[in-house]
Design a protein around this ligand. Structure first.
Ligand SMILES: [Cu+2]
Length: 135
């Protein structure tokens, strides 16, 4: 009985060694080969600049155009004088004022930070009026 048992053990041992040699000799896992994903950022989907839209007023024939303008708080408003005479765009409460704008010239003022409706006029021609709405 004993020699047979030894033979069985030898066979089992050989099988185990063979299995071991196979697993040891195999190539390692190594890099999987999956390249890092290339970041794809479509430029078209970029949100446009969200700066407050600047306002613009033109003065022509002694009229503000548009007379009623709505802008964001703190927006810079450009006023262009297309008349052959001086004008101003001045808040009634003096919260903003372009000062005198020469014929053909432009000036800017900064809208108030406080939302609200601001009546303005031309200090040289008081019949020229408008309302700046800040919201
Ligand atoms: Cu005027």
């Amino acid at each position: 009985m004993r020699p047979r048992a030894r033979a069985v053990a030898a066979v089992l041992l050989g099988a185990t060694l063979a299995a071991c040699s196979v697993s040891v000799g195999g190539p390692g896992p190594g890099p999987s080969g999956s390249a890092p994903a290339t970041p794809v950022t479509p430029a078209a989907s970029r949100p446009s600049a969200t700066a407050p839209s600047p306002g613009a007023v033109a003065i022509g024939d002694f009229v503000f155009e548009p007379a009623d303008l709505t802008v964001r708080p703190g927006a810079v408003v450009t006023v262009r004088n297309t008349d052959p005479v001086d004008h101003t765009l001045t808040a009634q409460d003096r919260s903003f004022d372009t000062g005198t704008i020469a014929p053909g010239a432009s000036a800017t003022f900064t809208a108030p930070a406080q939302p609200g409706a601001y009546a303005y006029l031309c200090t040289l021609h008081h019949f020229m009026r408008g309302i700046l709405t800040v919201s």
